[in-house]
Design a protein around this ligand. Sequence first.
Ligand SMILES: *[C@@H]1O[C@H](CO)[C@@H](O)[C@H](O)[C@H]1NC(C)=O
Ligand SMILES: *[C@@H]1O[C@H](CO)[C@@H](O)[C@H](O)[C@H]1NC(C)=O
Ligand SMILES: *[C@@H]1O[C@H](CO)[C@@H](O)[C@H](O)[C@H]1NC(C)=O
Ligand SMILES: *[C@@H]1O[C@H](CO)[C@@H](O)[C@H](O)[C@H]1NC(C)=O
Length: 368
Amino acid sequence: MRLIVATRLLTQLSFVLFPSVLSVLGAPNSGVGRRATVCNGHAELCDKSYGSVVSVGSHDSYAIAAGSSNVTTQLDDGIRMLQMQAHNENGVIKLCHTACVIFDGGTLQDYLTEVKSWLDANPNEVLSLLIVNSDSVPVSTYDEVFKSVGLDTMGFIPPSLPLPALSWPTLGSMIDSGKRLVTFMDHEADGSVPYIIDEFTNIWETAFNVVDPTFDCNVNRTNTQVETASQMYLINHFLDKIILGNPAPDIEKLNVTNAATGPGSLGAQVETCVAQNSKPPNFLLVDFYEFGQGSVFQVAADLNGVQYTPTKPIATPVQGGASTSSSAQTSSRPLDNGDNPVLNFSWESILSLMSVVTAVLAGPQFLL
Ligand SMILES: *[C@@H]1O[C@H](CO)[C@@H](O)[C@H](O)[C@H]1NC(C)=O
Ligand SMILES: *[C@@H]1O[C@H](CO)[C@@H](O)[C@H](O)[C@H]1NC(C)=O
Ligand SMILES: *[C@@H]1O[C@H](CO)[C@@H](O)[C@H](O)[C@H]1NC(C)=O
Ligand SMILES: *[C@@H]1O[C@H](CO)[C@@H](O)[C@H](O)[C@H]1NC(C)=O
């Protein structure tokens, strides 16, 4: 006991005296009395509530074929929320775009295996998942997948629900406890799997599939029973344009959309939000974060009051990666009213037509 106290004292003293030494030593250690000294890359974030830290999120994070880096690269680059659309494909949860026949991003299990490896290799990081449960699969089925990859034991369980933004624990305490994966789900999260947390009682969102680059900061989706001022909030900062009647990413404008400043930029929407809500958004959900060469992470770092000092350049955008899915048959997602005509053409023929149409098929934002 005395040893533990002495160790803690030494740790605290050393932190004052030798922060850079400790940031090296502060890595893997699950021992009693562990105190994270660097959290999500910065000592300053350890004492901040999860509910007041700003993270960059990757919209449709598994959509590698649509031009995104793999999940490991995304996390290495600084993405701290992974958003995904999950579908039930013959009893297996898959991450697909719109429907698995259009874009099959693989199984949730494979995806989470990669996430688990990354979390194991990066013990001082808190990560959030946002699962769009498109086919209303029961949370117990998700629980089985999380258990199979060993992520259930890393899942943060809120002490009460809803948890107001500022009642969330600090990143440091989450890292110390090992409960550093925060999983939100848009619906079906009924509390029966306590680490799968209902999104809209805890987070409100701005509009998605926005086609107006002015990006307002109004509440679009939330649980109306909860006071939005106390919630965390997420901005859907990805610009779409309408192609063949459906929203698709406005790829030509990505550099502008992801920029830190200027009309239509992420920075501009954040300014609107801060003016309107007196606090920044918690989650900045973007498409193709690679565009802007780190600008999206710069915006988050500024809001968090830390320096953005990437150790390596941000991954190069990999537009056109969709060409690997050569013979896939495609169809449009019927809209909710069911009267959208079904399109049917080969992937390759579309690719040869134009890259914008490729984006419609491989990387559309039909659904959040
Ligand atoms: C992710 O992509 C990077 C860069 O292309 C590659 O080096 C790495 O092997 C990939 N990792 C996985 C797990 O696929
Ligand atoms: C939410 O945003 C969508 C556009 O993405 C819009 O059609 C809808 O009317 C908005 N709903 C509310 C309640 O603001
Ligand atoms: C975005 O900026 C990068 C680097 O400045 C440039 O190489 C790329 O072509 C630009 N992309 C678009 C779509 O403007
Ligand atoms: C789509 O095309 C394939 C062959 O290219 C055909 O087998 C299939 O029936 C078509 N589906 C529809 C809905 O037309």
